[in-house]
Write a protein of this length. Structure first.
Length: 213
């Protein structure tokens, strides 16, 4: 599913619920997330380095109760890499922050609604991680950020390709809310390392909000 369809599905579902309540639908919805990142201490502990932080704007006109609604959401995606050596595949971490959007009291942001596997596919597409079939490999718990918000990290295995290297990878995905945003956190690392602790350490080191680039 492309990002526009992904977004419209969530807004449309919220609009149908609002219509049943007989309430007035706004002409325009515009929200902006605050960027996320990693604390310096987490970078030092894990050996990751910041690659880039970019704003991703999603714009869509959707029909809600027969009316066109201009929906615009500004999201932020921060990515981090660890390159152990020329023969070892890199590990990658991403923080996607997206607004916690409600339409007439109903959750509109699809990030809050969809299956974790779909979230993982969306984030992997954005960060350039090419994978094949995802195989569920369990779950682990983690805390996100200094406020230690508890979340569940879903773990998957896949044959991946990143920066020209092909390898068996483990990828994790989780989400939490903080300061008006949803934070989606994703980690990929070589399956041979079996490093769930890495994913938990990175989740704990999330910083939000941070200054935009």
């Amino acid at each position: 599913m492309n990002r526009r369809a992904f977004l419209a599905a969530g807004v449309g579902a919220a609009g149908l619920t609002a219509g049943c309540l007989g309430l007035i639908v706004p002409d325009e919805i515009s929200e902006q997330a605050q960027p996320g990142g990693l604390e310096v201490s987490a970078l030092d502990e894990t050996g990751f380095s910041h690659e880039r932080t970019e704003m991703i704007r999603l714009e869509e006109t959707v029909s809600v109760r027969g009316a066109d609604v201009a929906f615009r959401v500004d999201n932020w995606l921060a990515t981090f890499l660890r390159r152990p050596g020329p023969t070892t595949p890199p590990a990658q971490f991403a923080v996607l922050s997206t607004p916690d959007v409600s339409v007439l009291g109903q959750q509109a942001n699809p990030i809050a609604r969809v299956d974790r596997r779909v979230l993982l596919e969306e984030v992997a597409d954005e960060i350039g991680l090419v994978g094949n079939e995802l195989t569920a490999a369990g779950e682990t718990t983690a805390t996100v950020g200094p406020e230690e918000t508890e979340t569940t990290l879903s773990i998957y295995e896949t044959a991946a390709e990143l920066e020209g290297q092909s390898y068996d990878a483990r990828v994790t995905i989780g989400k939490a809310t903080h300061d008006g945003d949803w934070l989606v956190i994703g980690t990929s690392y070589p399956a041979a390392t079996d490093d769930e602790r890495l994913a938990r350490s990175l989740a704990a080191g999330v910083a939000h909000p941070v200054d935009p680039p």
